[in-house]
Design a protein around this ligand. Structure first.
Ligand code: UVW
Length: 330
């Protein structure tokens, strides 16, 4: 039934659950106690950086409004003589030019750079202002509260300002459980399969967990460097997993694909249904394009699928998402 999902939406909707002013959603499940017990999961002190590289060679190529990051130098090692050049040229640059000349009078030299990137281009969190339907965002705010000056409600900065995202991370390695390097294109992972993977890994999902789902799909990008196919054919979770997460009071979910969920719609004309239910109804942030390969290898080696996870977004005021460098510590 094409409208079944609306009944699920009614059941999983968390609006008002943490108050009318709440802008954190299911991250509220991560309590102080949860963080303190999660810290004890860093037993061996081994770290796994779950970010893909931030550079021009990432997976963005499917649509024009998302490009790979552009990194540019504003001062490089060849600029060592800049103060002399500025003094000679007398370009009339005013106070700023005078300051540069002053800074470079002694032997100290430095380099500087900047980056231009869509916040959604690489390893990221989708914030609670990122997705809406029927004109409403999480906690019943109008879509128009995301203005040309940024999100007036549900901006990603509230996540960072709250202390950030950290706690017990649990990896469900679906690809390994299915005995494949990566799932086939367009596979939808349902709740039963997630239960099966958790059982076979001997790990229980607890309230406040940050769940990482490995489809193995990142290896498709590494093998082919074809962002368009990687995005469009991505396997991922089924929209039915939203209610499963809701029942378990999971705090957040992330995956090694473009959208956590299967990219092609399971119901005609309902693209990104899981996004609608999780971000807009439940108030759950989604982590996308995470590289779970090295972590998964280690978990398969020692059979331990839980760890301390730290993944705090940037405090970009009014942003609807943020790049992140998630780190898992076992
Ligand atoms: C959409 O595709 C709408 O967003 P994202 O890829 O950030 O989940």
């Amino acid at each position: 039934m094409t409208d079944d999902w609306r009944q699920v939406a009614d059941r999983v909707r968390n609006w008002g659950r943490w108050g009318a002013d709440d802008q954190l959603g299911t991250l509220n499940y991560i309590t102080q106690e949860k963080i303190s017990s999660a810290a004890r999961l860093a037993r061996r002190g081994v770290r796994f950086n779950l970010s893909i590289p931030v550079d021009a060679y990432g997976p963005q190529s499917a649509h024009g409004y998302r490009r790979n990051p552009v990194h540019m130098m504003t001062l490089d090692g060849g600029d060592a003589d800049m103060s002399r050049a500025l003094e000679t040229q007398k370009t009339g640059g005013g106070a700023q030019e005078a300051e540069i000349i002053e800074l470079w009078k002694g032997p100290m030299r430095y380099t500087d750079d900047f980056i231009v990137m869509p916040l959604q281009s690489g390893t990221q969190w989708d914030g609670l202002a990122h997705v809406y339907y029927d004109d409403r965002l999480y906690n019943d705010h109008p879509a128009a509260s995301v203005t040309s000056a940024g999100a007036m409600r549900n901006g990603i900065e509230h996540v960072g300002a709250s202390g950030g995202v950290m706690g017990r991370g649990v990896l469900l390695d679906v690809a390994r459980h299915c005995g494949v390097r990566r799932l086939e294109p367009d596979v939808a992972i349902g709740p039963n399969l997630l239960d099966e993977v958790a059982d076979s890994q001997g790990v229980a999902i607890e309230e406040g967990d940050i769940l990482l789902i490995r489809t193995g799909w990142w290896t498709h990008f590494l093998d082919h460097r074809d962002g368009a196919t990687w995005q469009k054919a991505a396997p991922g979770v089924s929209w039915k997993v939203a209610e499963w997460l809701h029942e378990r009071r999971v705090a957040a979910i992330a995956a090694d694909n473009i959208a956590v969920e299967r990219r092609t719609p399971e119901i005609d004309n309902h693209v990104l249904l899981f996004h609608m239910l999780t971000i807009r109804d439940m108030g759950m942030t989604l982590g996308e394009i995470w590289d779970l390969e090295a972590l998964a290898q280690d978990c398969a080696g020692d059979g331990v699928y839980e760890f301390f996870l730290s993944a705090t977004p940037l405090l970009v005021t009014g942003a609807v998402g943020s790049p992140v460098t998630p780190v898992a510590i076992k």
